[in-house]
Write a protein that binds this ligand. Structure first.
Ligand SMILES: [Zn+2]
Length: 284
């Protein structure tokens, strides 16, 4: 089962107790999941393709109004304020129910182990604006965009998505999202550290191999005899210990030299090698 369907299954099982919340949820289910019975008809037909939304709407209608049909007459639509639901959405509990109905009818959520994305497809921009304002009443900042003839309200940040799941009352899905985020954070942290270590190791390895190359060049062109004693000593130490860090290398000298001293001598050696190269000396 897709993550989206899991969230919908859970949303389907959340049954509002109060009549005002039921009306709010039915109102959303009808608005997002129906079409005119015939062209020009003011009766609406519940759509069956989205089974979860259809089932919940049907159940709530029969519990609340004792209606047993998927064709909704004008009088019922009026009670549900389908066209202009603002009046039935003053309470927080009803706002939650409305958002849940909208998600159930027309929502999608990506698997949080892959990416963070939560959206509700609206029939028009006015409906999108209503959803955005309901989310913002709970301090969740939703955005909208367009897809073909639809307007889409969406959330991209994991925190906003977990708030949204909490608002619509699907707590199992919310915990799964939070779990996925923790795993991802830990993994990112480990990767960051590994990358950092790898970069440092690579840097010191390539510096050491450059130094070794310069020292070998000096030995093979002029030999070490012309070198000042301090440079000869570090050149020999580097060749004997190609993998050692600068600090370790300093420890092999007599008397021992600190890291910056070692660095200074190695730089002098490189300049020396550079000087030989510019004089046109080569291995042969
Ligand atoms: Zn309510």
């Amino acid at each position: 089962m897709s993550f989206s369907n899991k969230v919908k299954e859970e949303a389907l099982s959340v049954m509002p107790v109060e009549k005002h919340c039921r009306i709010a949820e039915i109102s959303a289910l009808v608005r997002f999941n129906s079409k005119p019975l015939k062209e020009g008809d003011d009766r609406l037909l519940l759509l069956k393709d989205n089974e979860a939304a259809y089932r919940k709407c049907f159940t709530l209608l029969s519990k609340t109004f004792n209606i047993d049909t998927d064709v909704l007459e004008h009088s019922v639509l009026k009670k549900l304020s389908v066209d202009d639901p603002v009046g039935i959405l003053s309470r927080d509990c009803c706002k939650r129910a409305y958002l849940r109905g909208a998600f159930l009818a027309s929502g999608f959520m990506a698997d949080p182990n892959k990416r963070y994305h939560f959206e509700i497809l609206s029939p028009n921009e006015e409906t999108s604006d209503l959803l955005i304002s309901l989310f913002s009443d709970f301090d969740v900042k939703a955005r909208k965009s367009y897809r073909k003839k639809y307007s889409v309200v969406y959330l991209k940040e994991s925190e906003a998505i977990s708030d949204a799941l909490n608002i619509i009352g699907v707590h199992r899905a919310m915990m799964e999202l939070v779990g996925a985020r923790i795993v991802k954070d830990v993994r990112n942290d480990i990767n960051r550290r590994n990358n950092c270590d790898t970069a440092n190791i690579f840097k010191s390895v390539s510096a050491a191999s450059r130094q070794t190359e310069d020292i070998l060049f000096i030995r093979q062109t002029e030999g070490f005899d012309n070198l000042p004693g301090t440079l000869r000593e570090i050149a020999i130490a580097r060749l004997e210990h190609p993998e050692s860090s600068l600090t370790e290398l300093g420890g092999f000298l007599d008397p021992p030299v600190g890291k910056s001293g070692v660095n200074h001598r190695l730089r002098k050696l490189s300049e020396y090698a550079e000087g030989l190269r510019s004089k046109g000396r080569s291995y042969d």
